[in-house]
Ligand binder design. Structure first.
Ligand SMILES: NC(=O)c1ccc[n+]([C@@H]2O[C@H](COP(=O)([O-])OP(=O)(O)OC[C@H]3O[C@@H](n4cnc5c(N)ncnc54)[C@H](OP(=O)(O)O)[C@@H]3O)[C@@H](O)[C@H]2O)c1
Length: 330
């Protein structure tokens, strides 16, 4: 174990990373949060890596569960340079994800500063062989300036440009991951995405999804638990995806919005209706959730961008699809 390479993992207590649990309590937690990178590596019969879980708070319940399952847990706060230097020392591979929603600001400046802080530390590392940086496409760029408010995507894309332009050596060790919308999104953002119970005039219970998408619109979705499989496939590919290549994590078979709802309805025995609403109505519905104006605009515009791209927002030119990296896994 001691002579294995170290895989340091940010977001170890969150969706893209946290472990998948084998006992019941862990399963219940997984329903709330999911998990991918650590769960996948813990589940392997043999792995070249020893996992190091990074968290702001090693005493949290989630972090203690990781430690109980044999994972090394180390404090790392993306706002704290010293903690990053300590946590990343001797790491051979790093999975880096920043969380816009933990540090929301009107320009995504804090999330961008966090990413750059970690990347600067990694650029000075003598042990690092491979960085997997979880990011997203710039919506401003893809939409050719039509949508300028999607800061939680544009900020991440800007950091990737900065890395490419300023840190050639680290760029050479880097794979960019674009992670699709989680299939778990109904649980994560219930108010925005999940169907709502309505009662018709005849007293019938109908579960409605009223969205700016068309019934036939497809979203680039991924089961977030698959992130770990793709990370392993990339790490063991012999460097094929290094050098700033982008791999897009999207399930190859997209399902339309209406079909998703119908499948859910059939599974849980509920009558469902999908209703396309206008852009104005969609904006009003997000406004009613009481977020700050910049976030309302960001969430509204990202929906419009996804709709306009007909499910292809994460299928840009030159981007490798995860199904090509890890065909049998998605
Ligand atoms: N929801 C989606 O469909 C989707 C799709 C693609 C990409 N994304 C992006 O993925 C990112 C993560 O979102 P998520 O929903 O997966 O988050 P999440 O499950 O809530 O997890 C957030 C993770 O970030 C860690 N974290 C937060 N602030 C930190 C800091 N200052 N230093 C170190 N670690 C910190 C937290 O760890 P501790 O609390 O243990 O420190 C936690 O493990 C977001 O930026 C989002 O834009 C989301």
């Amino acid at each position: 174990m001691a002579n294995k390479k170290v895989l340091a993992v940010f977001g170890s207590t969150g969706h893209q990373v946290r472990l998948s649990f084998t006992n019941l309590a862990f399963h219940l937690l997984r329903l709330l949060k999911g998990g991918a990178v650590i769960s996948h590596f813990l589940g392997l019969d043999s792995s070249p890596y020893r996992v190091r879980a990074l968290t702001r708070n090693p005493s949290s319940n989630a972090a203690r569960k990781l430690a109980d399952s044999g994972v090394e847990v180390v404090r790392a706060d993306l706002d704290d340079l010293e903690s990053l230097t300590n946590a990343l020392k001797d790491a051979h591979a790093v999975f880096l994800v920043t969380d816009f929603f933990s540090c929301i600001d009107a320009g995504a400046q804090r999330e961008m500063a966090q990413a750059k802080r970690a990347l600067k530390v990694l650029s000075e590392s003598t042990s690092l062989e491979h960085l997997l940086h979880s990011s997203l496409p710039g919506v401003r760029r893809v939409s050719k300036g039509k949508y300028n408010a999607v800061i939680h995507f544009d900020g991440k894309a800007e950091v990737v440009d900065w890395l490419r332009d300023t840190h050639a050596e680290l760029w050479g060790k880097t794979t960019i991951l674009w992670v699709g919308t989680y299939m778990q999104i109904w649980e994560q953002f219930k108010d925005v995405f999940a169907p709502k119970k309505t009662i018709t005039e005849d007293g019938e219970e109908v579960w409605k999804q009223r969205m700016v998408f068309y019934p036939e619109s497809k979203l680039p979705l991924v089961d977030v638990r698959d992130v770990g499989k793709v990370v392993q496939a990339i790490l063991t590919s012999g460097g094929e995806y290094k050098g700033g290549k982008t791999v897009s994590l999207v399930a190859p078979n997209a399902v339309s919005m209406k079909d998703q709802l119908d499948i859910w309805g059939a599974q849980v025995g509920k009558q469902t209706v999908f209703e396309h609403i206008s852009e104005e109505e969609s904006l009003q519905s997000i406004e009613s959730l009481g977020f700050p104006e910049f976030l309302t605009k960001a969430l509204w515009e990202v929906g419009l961008a996804y709709r306009d791209c007909e499910g292809k927002l994460l299928h840009q030119e030159g981007v490798v699809q995860a199904s090509e990296v890890s065909p049998e896994d998605l």
